[in-house]
Design a protein around this ligand. Structure first.
Ligand SMILES: *Cc1c(COP(=O)(O)O)cnc(C)c1O
Length: 379
């Protein structure tokens, strides 16, 4: 028998059977009352998830679409921006800015470290003309969680600056109250903790962000936030929505509401801690020891073992997918995701699989040592 396919990559992530079944229903028309009812419920669910009174916009794209929209809807060519760059996704913000002629000053952060909010404070003091600060809530490539609450507290004092947060592995993972913390734009995606296939992107905006949008002159068409706001208020979208994904989303939002956001966060934090403790018990080092994200644990591959090999052995011999490192972290780390449709025994499985893979690669492993440490956190 072929081994069961198990997915522990930071996106796409496992999808609950209930959601798969909902998406397998025959397609309905997006201008018909049945779909309008779906969208009505989804709008409310998204407001709960993003913790905002404002509408959350939905796009048929991967997460990067809404990232691009966050730039093109708020800024003008020649504007100044500040980008926190401590991994692949921070680089993406810089690249989008570059593509649209926005002058991004980069705050370089060592991979595996979180940014010090003081650096943002200083940069804004030196250059108050900076119109947007870009960051990741969770930098998936390094497993780091950045202190967005503290940074939002700084940006809040600047009337002409907004904070734009890529929360694609933050939403549904840990607390990110849009309105309460003044997270001016929060971008989300479907294939991470939202337990859906890839194909939906989200943007939540504060009133301050909406004021910026009035003045933005960068070109935009599909990702036109004002146009989508107008449409969603009528339970519509400007163009054909990803009907099946939105129907799946309704199911996901029901599940999250039923569990309760704070319980989702607590469960995720427990799984993250269990994974970290397990890796430490195996004598491995965490790549982001000081500010680990609860979305994904980046583990330093042991001396003499290529991190990519760990990924390869798991994929080829065990039919299990985890992630390796990218760019400068390639070969040095491997990453285990723990969000969304996962619970106690998924973590136990992931840890056990890493133990076996390391052993197969010749690393001395006392089997069960990591599992034991994980279970102690999970029990
Ligand atoms: C997955 C991810 C993205 C999204 O990328 P897409 O491939 O466009 O969905 C963006 N930022 C972070 C932090 C991510 O983890």
């Amino acid at each position: 028998m072929q081994k069961k396919y198990l997915l522990f990559a930071p996106g796409p992530s496992p999808i609950p059977p209930k959601v798969l079944l909902a998406m397998a229903e025959p397609i309905i028309h997006h201008r018909a009352p049945a779909y309008i009812k779906v969208l009505e419920e989804v709008r409310e669910g998204l407001k709960y998830l993003f913790q905002t009174k404002n509408e959350v916009l939905i796009f048929a794209s991967s997460g990067t679409g809404a990232m691009e929209g966050a730039v093109t809807n708020t800024l003008c060519a020649g504007d100044k921006a500040l980008v926190v760059q401590g991994g692949k996704f921070g680089e993406r913000w810089a690249n989008i800015c570059k593509g649209y002629g926005v002058h991004a000053k980069i705050i370089h952060v060592e991979w595996g470290r979180a940014v010090d909010p003081e650096m943002i404070k200083k940069a804004l003091e030196v250059e108050p003309a900076i119109k947007a600060v870009f960051i990741q809530a969770s930098e998936t490539s390094t497993g780091v969680r950045h202190p967005v609450k503290e940074i939002a507290g700084i940006v809040k004092n600047y009337e002409n600056t907004i904070l734009i947060v890529d929360a694609i592995t933050g939403i549904g993972v840990f607390d990110l109250p849009t309105d309460k913390w003044n997270l001016d734009i929060l971008v989300g995606g479907s294939q991470k903790a939202l337990m859906l296939p890839p194909g939906l992107a989200f943007a939540a905006l504060t009133d301050k962000a909406w004021r910026f949008i009035e003045k933005s002159t960068l070109p935009k068409f599909y990702f036109d936030f004002r146009k989508e706001l107008k449409n969603i208020k009528d339970n519509q979208s400007a163009y054909t929505p990803a009907v099946s994904l939105v129907i799946g989303l309704r199911e996901v939002l029901r599940m999250i509401k039923e569990e309760g956001l704070e319980h989702v966060f607590a469960r995720t934090a427990r799984m993250a801690k269990a994974t970290r403790e397990a890796m430490k018990a195996l004598g491995l080092q965490l790549f982001a020891p000081d500010s680990p994200s609860d979305a994904v644990t980046a583990v330093v591959a042991p001396q003499g073992i290529d991190g990519q090999k760990v990924v390869k052995v798991l994929r080829e011999k065990h039919n299990i997918t985890i992630a390796g490192g990218q760019d400068q972290a390639k070969g040095k780390i491997f990453r285990i995701a723990h969000f969304g449709y996962m619970d106690t025994y998924d973590i136990v499985t992931a840890v056990a699989a890493v133990e076996l893979a390391l052993k197969e690669l010749g690393h001395p492993v006392e089997l069960g040592k990591g599992v034991k440490a994980a279970l102690e956190v999970l029990s």
